[in-house]
Design a binder for this molecule. Sequence first.
Ligand SMILES: Nc1nc2c(ncn2[C@@H]2O[C@H](COP(=O)(O)OP(=O)(O)O)[C@@H](O)[C@H]2O)c(=O)[nH]1
Ligand SMILES: [Mg+2]
Length: 200
Amino acid sequence: MKILSAIYKTSVVKKEDLIKDDFFQFAFVGRSNVGKSSFINKLVNQNRLAKTSSTPGLTKMINYFFINEKFYFVDLPGYGFAKTDNKNKMVWADVIEKYLYPNEKLLTVFVLVDIRHLPSLQDKKMIEFLTFYNIPYKIIATKADKLSKCQISKSMELISKDLKIRKEMITAVSNQNGQGIENVLNFIQAQIELTEAKNG
Ligand SMILES: Nc1nc2c(ncn2[C@@H]2O[C@H](COP(=O)(O)OP(=O)(O)O)[C@@H](O)[C@H]2O)c(=O)[nH]1
Ligand SMILES: [Mg+2]
C-alpha cells in the first residue's frame, strides 16, 4: 500500500470526544519509549507526524491521523505514567478502554513491544483485554536493528511462547532501517480489503 496523505486530525482526552465516523481505524499501543511514534512516522514516511520523544509518558492523549483520506491511525497513550496522580491514570485507562470497545471501525490494534525484552505485565493485560473482547491485534516487535538476524528469530520465538501465540502473529520492525514496514503496510491494506469485501 502506498501512503498518499497523512494528516493530523485531532487529539482526544475525553471519551465523549472519540471519533465516531465511517472511516476504518488502526490503533497503536505500547509502553512509553517502545517506538510507537517512530513507527507511525515510518509507516507514513514522514519524520514528524507523530511526535517522537525520549521523555517517557509525554503523550497523554489519543491522537488521530487521517491516512489516504480513507482510514485513521490512532495513537493511544503509552502505558505507565509514573509521574501522574491516580486520578489522571483512571481517566486515561477509562478512555483507552472506551476507545477500544465497542468500536466497530477498529480493524487492528498494533501492540508494540521491544524485541529485546519479554512483554511487560501491562502488555499482557492489554492483550488479555483485546482477546476478551475479540478485538483483532498484531504484535509489533520494534528496534529489530539492535539485534542480529539470528537473535531476532530467537526473540520472536521467546515472545510468542511468552504470549502463547503463533510466531506469525508477530512482525519484527525497525523504524531505523525500515525492516518490516512494507509488510505492515500490506497487512493494513489486506485488512481494509477483507472488511470491505465482508461488508459488501
Ligand atoms: N534503534 C532503534 N531505535 C528506535 C526505533 N524506534 C524508536 N527508536 C528510538 O526509541 C526512542 C523512543 O521512540 P518513540 O518513537 O518516541 O517512542 P514512543 O514513546 O513509544 O512513541 C527514540 O529515541 C527513538 O529514536 C527502532 O526501530 N530502532
Ligand atoms: Mg510517542
